[in-house]
Design a protein around this ligand. Sequence first.
Ligand code: AMP
Length: 599
Amino acid sequence: MSTFADLGLKEPINRALLDLGYEKPTVIQEKAIPQILSSSDDLKAFAQTGTGKTAAFSLPVIELTDEKDSVTQAIILSPTRELAVQIGKNIEDFAKYIPELKVLTVYGGANIDQQIKQLRKGVQIVVGTPGRTVDLIRRRALKLNNVKWLVLDEADEMLNMGFKEELDKVLEATPDTKQTLLFSATFPREVEAIASNYMTNPVEVTSGQKNQGSDNVTHEYYTVSERTRYPALKRIADVNPNIYAIVFCRTRRETQEVADKLIQDGYNADALHGDLSQAQRDSVMEKFRKKNIQMLVATDVAARGLDVDNLTHVINHKLPDQIENYNHRSGRTGRAGNKGISIALVNRKERGKLNPIERILKKKFVQTQIPTGKEICEKQLFHLIDKVENTAVNTSQIESFLPNIYEKLSSLTREELIQKFVSLEFNSFLSYYENAPDLNNMSSSRDRDNRERLSSDKMTRFFINLGRKDRLNPAKLMGLINEQNIAKNVEIGAIDILDTFSFFEIDKEHTTEALDAFLKNQPEFNGRMVNIEITKERNSGGGRRRNSNSRNSNRRGGGDRDNGSRGFGRKRRDSSSSNKPKGGSSQREFGRRRRSSDK
Ligand code: AMP
């Protein structure tokens, strides 16, 4: 294999690559870089996510850009802010020994005046999201008449996101003489149309078979029903104590709901979706990169810019609407030579989507059984024992306490001591999974018994459009519910006050009356119209122990049988640090219930 210098890159770039630890070009780099350097033909590159495509287009563009000339010479379009920022950062790193070369990343949500100011100073390479790029062209701040390279990165995603019109506008603003470089992991019809409309006899390069998934990824599917989908997700997490995964959801709401449930059940999880502010997204991504979050629940779009190489799993909580996106999702794992597992949770109807995906991947999904409680306990137990075995003991720090501890435990035999210590760490796990139903049976046969066990709670969970920002608290929410005179003796269950919305539970028997009462009374709260809706699923508890600050001990109904205070085999996170749309944090108030007034 060649080196970067063999590909014809200049010394300052090679030096920067060495600093970054890039020793050898990847396949796509080896193919695309010399092609772009030696020819002004348009280029169509098929490259999986994680194959090094950013460097494949950036390095030759940096090489050929005239840094002495301050006009904009390259425009790189990318579908999301995160991806644009990532590309901009990469280019800065690659060009760090070429100080005259200026790069600017432009995207919506950031101060446009600042961006205009920067552009006026002279920027040779602009990276942008389509919307903001067009905005800057309209304001005549971004001039593309001298552009030599137009890069369309993840063109399929730009089209998925409805940026066709913006792409047309950007193309109109660029000269016919430019070279267009189109990079994508998948090439559905719409992208082929872009290639044929916008490019002239493009040269094709590929770092593998078109649209085919990475060889390092195994694809598994689990059969679930709507009732078992979330419990199955938890079991997958529980049977993989070192899981480091992205859980993909189709909508922002689904994303937030799944993340909220995981957090409430004590997992190191958080949500990433478009309703979060840029600062919140950055913060979640940073935590995920540092592995402070083990399960990132995300929409396809939000996860695009995330550059993480060592994910153990990608989990499709629901399959994407467009099957091509499965490839994008699963390509987040199995990167940089690592192995990865991509899991699809599918109900009977969704099973049909697997065949066309298999045809694209040229690989078969392996049907996998949802782990049983026993399997999970076994796995967790041995994980714990391994951890104990590998724990370093700092004798100097604990030395002074040891004589007293030995004395106190002297009556116990070695076996008793081990049993007690294992029980201390493990009881809540065992009790959670003791008698746990086989979810496979529940998904595949009509095992009424099991279904009833899982839906044993007697409460309906409601969404309400008020949150902490409306100065709502549990007492006020209970007051509001009681004011609606739903019925006599209505029990109120768990209340979750979030930033901009909340959840509460009401005795299932009064579900319709509760909806009717809110509809009829049309109450207002601090000047806001109040809406309530039934949420689809209610939290069914989890195998993880809760965060120590969760007050769940009074909780009734539902599957939350574990009320220990310590996380299992992993770092725990404070549920109050979870991300909620626009700056929220979660606060659970359990077990608060009272009878309604008998007015
Ligand atoms: P990309 O496909 O551009 O998102 O790159 C995937 C990951 O591979 C990123 O973390 C890059 O920093 C890294 N990478 C790209 N090219 C190389 C290379 N030649 N050697 C080592 N790492 C690389």
